[in-house]
Design a protein around this ligand. Structure first.
Ligand SMILES: Cc1cc2nc3c(=O)[nH]c(=O)nc-3n(C[C@H](O)[C@H](O)[C@H](O)COP(=O)(O)OP(=O)(O)OC[C@H]3O[C@@H](n4cnc5c(N)ncnc54)[C@H](O)[C@@H]3O)c2cc1C
Length: 339
C-alpha cells in the first residue's frame, strides 16, 4: 500500500434522530489538534437524512470541510448502508487518520469499515498523539486494564481508532469559522441490506446521564449495601449532583450499569467527583481522573484513590458523609435567610 497518498483527518459524525452526538464534537476537537500538528485539513463526514442544517455546527467545532451523505436509508443507523458510505468517503478522501466514537454505533461500524479498507483499528482509545515520524499513537488500556498499550499502524492507511465518549474535549464553539460543505452522492447497493427498519420506538424515557453531571457522588463496595446509598443520594440532592458507582457496586446490584464509572463503564469529567468507599483501581480511575476536583473518603489511608484525589479524608464514609451533607444544608439554609 502506498501510504504517501493519504492525507488529512476524518471524523465520523454520529447523529441520532438528526441530533449530533456529543462524542462527535469531542472527536472534532481532538481531530482539529491532530490535523494542525500534521498540517492537514479536518473533514467531518455525516451520514443521515435531511441533516443539511448541521454543517455550520460542525465547522464551528473545528471541521474544515463537511461531507454530507444524505439518503433516507441512512436516517436510522443500520450496519450495511453506513458501512458502504463510510468506506466510500474514506476511499474518495484518502485521510491518513479516521476517528469514530466508541458508542454502540461506532463499535459496530468502525471494525467493518476497517476490514473493508484492509487497515487496522484500535478500539476504545484513551489518548491519541502524533509521533515524530507522523504516526498516530493510539493508547488504550490492555491486559484487563493493568497496562496502557500504545499501538501504531505503520504500514496501512488510514490509521483508525474509536474513542469513548467523554475522553476528549470539545473545542470552544467558534461561529466565525468557515469551511466547505459538500454533498456526496449516495447510491446504496440494495442486495447486502438484509436489515430493514420498520419503525423507531423510543422505549426508555430520556434519563439524565452521569456524563452530563457537573457533580458526581460516587460509591463503591465500601458503601456496603443498596440501602446505604441513601447517604450518597442525600448529599447529591443537596448539592445538585448525581449518584454514580464503581463496578463492584454495580455488580452487587446497588446501582444501574448506566451509572458505572470506569473502563467498562463511562468516562466522566465533572467539576466535582466524590469517591466514597472506592479503592481507586486503575479501571475505575481511568474513567474519572479528568474530574476537575476529586474528593475521596476511604477508611484505608493507603488506598490508591488518594493518589488521584485533590482532597482525601481518611475515615468511615457512613460517619463523614452525613456530616458533610448536614453542613451544606446549614449553609444553604443560612443563605436563604440572608437572601
Ligand atoms: C477488564 C476490567 C474492567 C473493569 N472495569 C471497571 C470499571 O469500569 N469501573 C470500575 O469501578 N471497576 C472496574 N473494574 C474493577 C476494578 O478492578 C475494581 O475491582 C473495582 O473498581 C473495585 O471497586 P471498589 O473500589 O468499589 O471496591 P474495592 O476495591 O473492594 O474497594 C472498596 C473500598 O472501600 C473502602 N471502604 C470500606 N468500607 C468503608 C467505609 N465504611 N468507609 C470508607 N471506606 C470504606 C475500602 O478501604 C476499599 O478501599 C474492572 C476490572 C477489569 C478486570
Amino acid at each position: 500500500m502506498d501510504i504517501s497518498n493519504y492525507k488529512g483527518v476524518l471524523v465520523f459524525v454520529e447523529q441520532r434522530r438528526g441530533e449530533i452526538q456529543n462524542v462527535s464534537l469531542e472527536l472534532l476537537g481532538k481531530g482539529r489538534k491532530i490535523a494542525d500538528e500534521l498540517g492537514v485539513s479536518l473533514i467531518a463526514a455525516i451520514p443521515g437524512y435531511k441533516i443539511n442544517n448541521s454543517s455550520n455546527l460542525l465547522v464551528a467545532y473545528g471541521a474544515d470541510k463537511v461531507v454530507i451523505m444524505d439518503h433516507e436509508d441512512l436516517e436510522t443507523y443500520t450496519t450495511e448502508p453506513y458501512t458502504q458510505v463510510m468506506t466510500e468517503i474514506i476511499e474518495r478522501e484518502k485521510p491518513e487518520v479516521v476517528l469514530f466514537g466508541a458508542t454502540s454505533i461506532g463499535r459496530d461500524l468502525a471494525p467493518r469499515v476497517s476490514a473493508r479498507l484492509g487497515t487496522g483499528l484500535t478500539a476504545d482509545c484513551t489518548s491519541l498523539d502524533i509521533s515524530e515520524d507522523r504516526l498516530l499513537m493510539m493508547t488504550r488500556p490492555a491486559f484487563g486494564g493493568n497496562i496502557m498499550a500504545t499501538i501504531v499502524c505503520p504500514d496501512h492507511r488510514p490509521q483508525m481508532s474509536t474513542v469513548r465518549p467523554g475522553v476528549m474535549t470539545k473545542m470552544e464553539r467558534d461561529p466565525s469559522r468557515t469551511g466547505d460543505v459538500v454533498q456526496m452522492p449516495v447510491s446504496l447497493e440494495k442486495n447486502p441490506m438484509c436489515v430493514e427498519v420498520l419503525k423507531f420506538e423510543q422505549v426508555m424515557e430520556a434519563k439524565q446521564d452521569i456524563q452530563d453531571a457537573k457533580i458526581l457522588v460516587s460509591g463503591g463496595r465500601g458503601i456496603g449495601s443498596k440501602e446505604n446509598f441513601e447517604v450518597l443520594y442525600d448529599l447529591s440532592d443537596t448539592i445538585g449532583g448525581m449518584v454514580s458507582a464503581s463496578r463492584a457496586a454495580v455488580d452487587s446490584g446497588w446501582l444501574d450499569p448506566s451509572h458505572q464509572v470506569g473502563q467498562t463503564g463511562k468516562t466522566v469529567r465533572p467539576d466535582l467527583y466524590f469517591a466514597c468507599g472506592i479503592s481507586g483501581a486503575i479501571q475505575h480511575v481511568a474513567g474519572m481522573e479528568e474530574a476537575e476536583l476529586i474528593i475521596a473518603i476511604n477508611k484505608d489511608k493507603g488506598s490508591k484513590i488518594f493518589e488521584v484525589a485533590d482532597l482525601g479524608v481518611v475515615g468511615d464514609v457512613h460517619k463523614i458523609l452525613p456530616l458533610v451533607t448536614e453542613e451544606i444544608k446549614k449553609i444553604n439554609a443560612s443563605k436563604k435567610v440572608t437572601d
